[in-house]
Design a binder for this molecule. Structure first.
Ligand code: GTP
Ligand code: SPV
Ligand code: MN
Length: 595
């Protein structure tokens, strides 16, 4: 191998070194560079990326340490149709995942990686999901030819020498290989080999396709590890709600991509609540690893170190904490570039789009007249979690926080009420399995189409979803004090298609009811779908919502629900024998109650 340069390996771990040699022999980079996590090395990489045009340095006064990056216009979101789970038996990937025989896929990929890094540098990024050295952390190594990936991973995960030291000579780490290649959408592959703890990504340079610690490891591979080791990897935010007495209550919530996790995780209480002393603490905004605690409760920790958040719609009113998190040391991807003051702009940031700007495609853009969007709908910010003004004091607690509630939710224009509580754990698992939501710009494909997205994990579960539901049922059996399970819907619309519920900070009103239910402090109305609030138990003061509107938000239309149950029945059919009997019974129970 003709390597023109290589810095010192960060480890003597034979397994790691051999694997890197193999990957380098295949991709043939000009040099291999280990990422040690030092600020000096990251600084040099930023300088290099600015010199090459890969990054643009933004206004140092207004946005210190911030950079802008644009990806190829055909490479702006996750690609679910090109994402594969390659385990030996197709049945183990299940009916909701793309599958290919591992040997066939490895052979196909070998051709795509062959010489893909010629003339380039292969960066070796050791990273940890979770606090380095803690019993709940898991390690990964990502090989990539992209400085953008290195810099994003340095924000999104804990990286560097400490990780290799903690790994020692173990072979228990997730191997990730990313090659930008020619960004050819026809040969773009995001592939997972759970039996080998291996992820291979090629021909993309965007977010969830290439930051392999995130969806690929922390959800798809980790869900398989959790199944085998008795824990759960979930697409959930984690937040703490502090009441005026100073008691903090934690919940985790699973909403599909671009359905409000980051927003809910950082919400600012409405004025009336703030004055009374309520606070919200963000533990995580996208991924939760959940384990059984010795106290018989479920405990959730956030394995990430930063936020990869949706930019459009983020503003001082909707999510001031997210906005504040992006004011330093942040990488912006595919937003508009305001040339007047070298800052960034996106739809929904404010009502003053820049006149002299460059749009997400790199074209000159006058926001005062253009009918085109300045930022891509899935444009994102990569911000350090520690920038967040409401980051929880428990953020770095390796064991995480005890969950009182689990909340499911999605975008439903009609069927789902503002909030309801499941009857018990098994019914709650049913509610999660029956989730449906309108698709968003976070994945390539049509937007606004209702699809089943169980537990918001449809694109992220690394194995057969029928067995995943069984795993959920089993986890409930392992804890004496399981969290209560709820469902919310911030997205009900009126006859004109407008959102009825104000959402964002006002969602705390619903969380307060959830919290009261967990404390057995309020009763509820039993309905065919579960327990709904008495309208008077949701505080409306200062919300601009009147009681009649709230009542409308809490209606359950049996005809719509019978239709929905039929949809669940059809969806369940795909799972054959792997569908747990308990869920069949739950569905039958719902159908009965709806008659
Ligand atoms: P991923 O990062 O893709 O997993 O998305 P996410 O679930 O974190 O979604 P995020 O919080 O970034 O919100 C996505 C979009 O939903 C943004 O455009 C928000 O403005 C919008 N949104 C979030 N919360 C609410 C809400 O309560 N009501 C309404 N109407 N819109 C909301
Ligand atoms: C999502 O789509 O759920 C995201 C963004 O959080 S990505 O990292 O691209 O998956
Ligand atoms: Mn997400």
């Amino acid at each position: 191998m003709a390597l023109v340069g290589m810095n010192m390996a960060l480890t003597g771990n034979r397994d790691v070194l051999d694997w890197i040699d193999m990957m380098a022999a295949m991709t043939r980079p000009a040099q291999v560079v280990w990422i040690d996590g030092s600020e000096s090395q990251l600084k040099a990489l930023r300088t290099q990326a600015v010199a090459s045009g890969e990054l643009e340095k933004l206004n140092e006064e207004k946005l210190p340490g911030c950079y802008l990056h644009r990806t190829a216009p055909n490479d702006v979101a996750r690609v679910e149709d090109r994402t594969f789970i390659c385990c030996p038996r197709e049945e183990d990937a299940g009916p909701t995942n793309n599958w290919m025989d591992p040997d066939v896929m490895y052979a196909k990929l070998r051709k795509l990686y062959d010489g893909a890094m010629q003339g380039l540098t292969m960066y070796v990024i050791p990273y940890s999901m979770g606090v380095v050295g803690s019993p709940f952390a898991k390690y990964g190594i990502e090989l990539t030819d992209s400085i953008y990936v290195v810099l994003n991973m340095s924000i999104m995960t804990r990286i560097g020498q400490d990780v290799m030291d903690a790994l020692g000579n173990s072979d228990d780490y997730v191997r990730g290989l990313h090659a930008t290649a020619k960004l050819d959408p026809e040969n773009r592959y995001i592939v997972h080999f759970p039996q080998d703890d291996t992820i291979m990504s090629v021909n993309s340079a965007y977010g969830g396709n290439v930051l392999l610690g995130k969806k690929c490891f922390a959800l798809r591979i980790a869900s398989c590890q959790g199944r085998d080791e008795g824990w759960m990897a979930e697409h959930m935010l984690i937040l703490g709600i502090e009441n005026p007495k100073g008691e903090v209550f934690y919940l985790a919530a699973a909403f599909p991509s671009a359905c409000g996790k980051t927003n809910l995780a950082m919400l600012i209480p409405p004025e009336h609540y703030k004055k009374a002393g309520w606070k919200v603490w963000c533990v995580g905004d996208d991924i939760a690893w959940i384990r059984v605690g010795q106290d018989g409760r479920l405990w959730a920790m956030n394995p990430e170190y930063g936020f990869f958040g949706v930019a459009p719609g983020t503003n001082v009113k909707s999510n001031p904490n997210a906005l504040e998190s992006t004011r330093k040391n942040t990488i912006f991807t595919n937003v508009a570039h305001n040339l007047d003051d070298n800052t960034v702009w996106w739809e929904g940031l404010d009502k003053n789009p820049p006149k002299h700007a460059v749009d997400w495609k790199g074209n000159p853009w006058d926001g005062t007249v253009s009918t085109e969007k300045g930022a891509h709908p899935n444009s994102r910010f990569t911000a350090p979690a520690k920038n967040c003004p409401c980051i929880s004091p428990e953020f770095e607690n390796p064991t995480g926080v005890p969950l009182s509630a689990i909340v499911f939710g999605g975008r439903r224009a009609k069927t789902a009420p503002l909030v309801y509580q499941s009857r018990d754990w098994a019914h709650g698992v049913f509610v999660g399995s029956a989730m449906a939501s309108e698709t968003t710009a976070a994945a390539a494909g049509a937007v606004g189409v209702v699809r089943r997205d169980p537990m918001a994990m449809l694109p992220f579960c690394g194995y057969n979803m029928g067995r995943y539901w069984q795993h959920w049922l089993d986890m409930g059996e392992k804890v004496s004090k399981p969290p209560l399970i709820f469902n919310v819907n911030w997205f009900r619309t009126d006859a004109d298609g407008k959102f009825i519920w104000p959402g964002f900070g006002e969602n705390l009103r619903v969380l307060e009811w959830i919290m009261k239910r967990c404390e057995h402090a309020v009763d509820a109305v039993e309905t065919p779908i579960g327990y709904l609030p008495h309208p008077e138990d949701i505080v409306l003061e200062g919300s601009g919502v009147d009681t009649d509107t709230l009542k409308e938000l809490l209606t359950v239309d049996p005809a719509l629900w019978r239709e929905d149950a039929a949809g669940v029945r059809a969806f369940y059919q795909k799972f054959g024998d792997t569908l747990p009997d308990t869920l069949k019974q739950e569905l039958a129970g719902l159908e009965d109650r709806l008659q």
